[in-house]
Design a protein around this ligand. Structure first.
Ligand code: ADP
Ligand code: MG
Ligand code: MG
Length: 247
């Protein structure tokens, strides 16, 4: 599903990722943990094709295709979903407008027809309900005045509507209370894991992994994966810290 080989990424002139290898098969959830500044968010940005993150070496195959041959909007249309720690607020554009336009833009890129208004509303309401987000919230401007938990639930609604093949979620658990954490975890399981999709879960903390059990945990330090293990590795890290686990 996602195969990263010898990935090197520079920001400006500064090399950040220095030969990263990682393979996530369909149906698996892999967690990436690592100290601040290790390059976790840089990996997410590079996969998404954010300007300023220069791929200087290596390759990424996504569902059998060369990811770096695709424009960012093509990556999304082909099923790559990115979730970031700080979702953007868009005053003046309702969640419904935003989600409908995003979905139809992706459908057009894939050569599919737009979803009708009625079909879209049904889809959006179903996803909101599944996330425990009142359907009325979808009429509000994107993320404006949403609590941290509401923003993350809204992001899961977006993920459910887009129905991606693969999701890269960067610190999606930061600042969430237990109820929101559980809702987000259930969302990831329902939308992705249960559908044989792939997930790369970037997180500082073990607690989200109580709800979304990873198949593998990778530790990223200074631009490289330095250790890979099972879910127990995350517990070890939480108890002993990076220094001890890396020793
Ligand atoms: P992590 O997410 O693991 O905490 P990041 O990928 O955010 O790490 O950052 C890795 C390194 O790259 C840090 O030293 C950071 O300062 C640097 N970096 C990331 N993005 C930028 C940027 N846009 N401009 C300058 N430096 C950056
Ligand atoms: Mg950081
Ligand atoms: Mg980060």
């Amino acid at each position: 599903m996602l195969k990263i080989e010898n990935l090197h990424v520079a920001v400006g002139d500064k090399p950040i990722l220095k030969g990263l290898d990682l393979e996530v098969p369909a149906g698996e959830v892999h967690a990436i943990m690592g100290p601040n500044g290790a390059g976790k968010s840089t990996l997410a940005h590079a996969l998404g094709g954010r300007p300023g993150y220069d791929v200087t070496d290596g390759s990424v195959a996504f569902a059998g295709e060369d990811l770096f041959d695709m424009e960012p909007h093509e990556r999304a249309a082909n099923g790559l979903f990115l979730g970031f720690q700080y979702p953007v607020e868009i005053p003046g554009v309702s969640m419904l407008q935003f989600l409908r336009e995003s979905l139809n833009a992706q459908r057009r890129t894939r050569g599919e027809e737009d979803l009708s208004g009625a079909e879209f509303i049904k889809l959006a309401r179903g996803q909101a309900e599944a996330l425990g987000l009142p359907a009325d919230m979808l009429k509000r401007p994107v993320n404006v005045g949403f609590s941290g938990g509401e923003k993350k639930r809204a992001e899961m609604v977006q993920m459910g509507i887009m129905d991606p093949k693969f999701a890269v979620l960067d610190e999606t658990d930061s600042g969430l209370d237990i109820d929101a954490l559980k809702a987000v975890g259930e969302g990831i399981n329902r939308i992705m894991r249960a559908q044989n999709k792939g997930v790369l879960l970037i997180t500082h903390y073990q607690r989200l992994l109580n709800y979304v059990k990873p198949d593998k945990v990778h530790i990223l330090v200074a631009g490289r994966i330095v250790k890979t293990g099972g879910p127990e590795l995350a517990l070890e890290l939480e108890e002993e810290g990076y220094a001890e686990v890396m020793a």
